[in-house]
Design a protein around this ligand. Structure first.
Ligand code: BV8
Length: 248
């Protein structure tokens, strides 16, 4: 397989989804038909779901935290680190994943637009989101200790962007600025994503509108495959090293 044409002026924007972590052993969302223990993902990953049953939502995230034990990046993550080191500020990685594996692999020019699994924040006070790797025992509702010290009972929540919640406007501004600066020199590569969740699923159209090239690397043909100039079907861990010209 030929490597993608990445010249001295090419700027590369990469969008990853759950498929890039699949070969590390992290389950994808729609692999289970978009369900978790019979609940539609949107139900357990939404503010309404948290309001309705915070214990169920904390169980969903605690089980995912526990399941990350021993999980390590795969060749797809490492190929993206090598490309970033080669391109420097002509590279930006935007991930929909909350598993932290890109950072574990060494990615730095990276934005976690849907948050991070190992981070919590208070639902009440304005303390900054903080690292929290605790997989809370089933039925536990973690409270903010700072609020408790002030006699206030305040739930913690995962620092995750749920369905129906706005993404961080700074994150979106950084993506739009990178796309805007790219023009015809922009190469957009979407990897391991079903292209169903917005606004991330709309990045490909933004790039096309500005005359950039668009490439998809995915295990199967997703609904928005038509939006891409080229589609490479197969496991990202196998295809990416060759496609990015950095055999891992
Ligand atoms: C927003 C955190 C403005 C959670 C996630 C009605 C009401 C409210 C909102 C909406 C609505 N209708 C539409 C919307 C907008 C909504 C949306 O897009 N919904 C979809 C379902 C239609 N978006 C939002 O709500 C966003 N916010 O729009 O704010 C707003 C505000 C108020 C009201 C309206 C609008 C927020 C979206 C963020 C949601 N949070 N994650 C968590 O992780 O726990 S999204 C979550 O699902 C993931 O982060 C991920 O992004 C997404 C799943 O997508 P993928 O990553 O693509 O994973 P998937 O399993 O689907 O696909 C994997 C692919 O990999 C497959 O194609 C497979 O073939 C492939 N694959 C598998 N193995 C491999 C592989 N490929 C390569 N190699 C392999 N080995």
């Amino acid at each position: 397989m030929d490597a993608l044409a990445i010249g001295p002026a090419t700027r590369v924007l990469v969008l990853t989804g759950a498929g890039v972590s699949a070969e590390s052993g992290v389950p994808t969302f729609r692999g289970a038909g978009g369900l978790w223990e019979g609940h539609p993902i949107e139900q357990v990953a939404s503010p309404q779901g948290f309001q309705r049953d915070p214990t169920l939502v904390w169980r969903f995230y605690s089980l995912r935290r526990a399941a990350m034990a021993g999980i390590v990046p795969n060749p797809a993550h490492r190929a993206l680190v090598a490309l970033e080191q080669r391109l420097g500020d002509r590279f930006l990685l935007v991930t929909q994943n909350v598993d932290g594996l890109h950072r574990d692999a060494g990615s730095e020019r990276m934005i976690e637009i849907h948050g991070n699994l190992m981070t919590s924040r208070c639902t009440t006070c304005d303390r900054p989101p903080f690292r929290d790797t605790t997989a809370y025992a089933d039925g536990t509702l973690p409270l903010c200790v700072l609020c408790s010290e002030r006699g206030v009972t305040a739930l913690l929540r995962p620092h995750i962007v749920w369905f129906g919640e706005w993404l961080d406007p700074d994150h979106l501004a950084r993506v739009e600025a990178f796309i805007g600066a790219g023009g015809h020199d922009l190469l957009f590569i979407a990897i391991g994503t079903s292209g169903l969740v917005y606004p991330a699923a709309g990045f490909v159209e933004d790039v096309r509108y500005r005359g950039g090239r668009t490439v998809l690397v995915n295990a199967e043909r997703p609904e928005n495959a038509r939006a891409f100039d080229a589609v490479h079907l197969g496991p990202a861990g196998e295809l990416l090293p060759a496609l990015l010209g950095c055999g891992q």
